[in-house]
Design a protein around this ligand. Structure first.
Ligand SMILES: Nc1ncnc2c1ncn2[C@@H]1O[C@H](COP(=O)(O)OP(=O)(O)OP(=O)(O)O)[C@@H](O)[C@H]1O
Ligand SMILES: [Mg+2]
Length: 247
């Protein structure tokens, strides 16, 4: 039996619903696991200060992720099909409000994927699904290259900002609680998001631009227009197609 590891990228801004979608996918894709990009953030003392506002900048792409470590882990997981034992996730520390979808939708996709899994096994191929959840997934070319499906959740600025303000804090990779200082959204989070995503959208327009081809095969989902069940439908249809392609 040959292993085939499929990385499903779920990218988008902070509070766009990536982890929510990733957890639905984990429930539908047999044996799947989630890799959270947040777990590749450098330790807090190495997070750079913003040159102008003098607060720690957790969002600008260059300094927000330990890129060599993330790329190394992705390559290792691709190769072995398992998350290395030394990889630690702090995701469970963060609260997660459930956004349910209709049971009939999830049941149908569960059945579809378990059927596909069996069919592929009969062809000698073991499918291993890894959902990669990250706010900077399409910035580094070596990360983009690793992702077999490239989903991008887009939610309007005002909704994102509101959700972020409602969040009481976020646990860092070391477990301490980070709370946004005043003006953090407009000074740090949003400009960093625009800088990291403008290049893959037409006219650099992160609110309305379509994919410009810089990230091949990008599946852009306007999350506010679509609703979660419809998003799951669209994503699963693409993943089912992907899984049944012969290599
Ligand atoms: N489809 C949706 N409809 C309504 N609310 C949603 C939807 N998806 C997520 N949310 C809500 O938005 C908030 C952020 O969701 P989530 O934690 O999944 O975002 P995220 O993209 O993982 O954020 P972060 O990058 O900061 O970890 C949560 O309160 C969640 O319940
Ligand atoms: Mg998240």
């Amino acid at each position: 039996m040959k292993n085939r590891v499929i990385f499903v990228g779920v990218g988008g801004a902070t509070c766009s619903g990536k982890t929510t979608l990733a957890k639905h996918l984990r429930n539908l894709l047999p044996g799947s696991v989630i890799l959270h990009q947040d777990d590749f953030a450098p330790p807090q003392e190495l997070i750079p200060l913003h040159p102008e506002y003098k607060v720690q900048d957790w969002d600008s792409a260059e300094g927000a992720i330990d890129w060599p470590r993330m790329i190394k882990t992705l390559k290792e997981v691709k190769e072995t099909g398992v998350i290395p034992p030394e990889h630690y996730s702090h995701d469970h520390l963060n609260e997660q409000r459930d956004v349910p979808i209709e049971r009939k939708v999830s049941e149908r996709w569960k059945e579809t994927f378990s059927r596909i899994t069996k069919e592929r096994e009969e062809k000698g191929e073991r499918l291993i699904w890894v959902v990669v959840d990250g706010f900077l997934l399409y910035w580094h070319p070596e990360v983009v290259e690793q992702l077999d499906a490239r989903i991008f959740l887009r939610v309007p600025h005002d909704v994102l900002k509101q959700r972020r303000l409602e969040r009481h804090g976020y646990h860092t990779a070391e477990g301490s609680l980070w709370r946004d200082p005043p003006h953090y959204w407009e000074q740090i989070v949003w400009p960093a998001y625009v800088a990291a995503h403008g290049g893959m959208l037409e006219g650099g327009d992160v609110e309305h631009g379509g994919p410009n081809g810089a990230v091949p095969g990008l599946i852009l989902i306007d999350g506010q227009e679509m609703g979660l069940a419809e998003t799951v439908e669209k994503v699963c249809a693409r993943l089912a197609e992907k899984a049944t392609e012969d290599q």
